[in-house]
Design a protein around this ligand. Sequence first.
Ligand code: SF4
Ligand code: SF4
Length: 133
Amino acid sequence: MHQYATGRPDAKDTEELQGFAKTIFEKFAADQLPVSRLQVPGSRPYKKAGGAGLVPKADKKCVSCGLCAKNCPAQAIDPGSLKTAVSKKCISCMRCVVKCPESARKVNGTMVSVAALAIKKACSERKGNELFL
Ligand code: SF4
Ligand code: SF4
């Protein structure tokens, strides 16, 4: 969905993140990092991972190198069955798509279009970075 957040991270992100780093460093130096009391906003309970429908599959360009399985953060790709992913484990992060040297992994185009439409309102405006300490 490259229509959203195009060009990010950009110079403004860099500036904001450098500011966050400075804040973290100052808190750390002053021994004021309240990690145990960390509160972040969001809708709870969180949704269970998996079952999102956007699960990449490999096409015939796949050379079975195994990089996708090695890089999947959810262990959703079985090294013995590289063409598919376990939909109940997949978190639709698309890391396997980015890491595949053969551009063999893809998501169903119709599903991507539907998902892009669903998040259009929420993702059309620039989102700022936030730091929670
Ligand atoms: S990274 Fe790409 S080429 Fe390698 S096993 Fe996975 S899908 Fe196949
Ligand atoms: S989209 Fe993410 S979680 Fe799903 S198989 Fe690829 S790397 Fe794993």
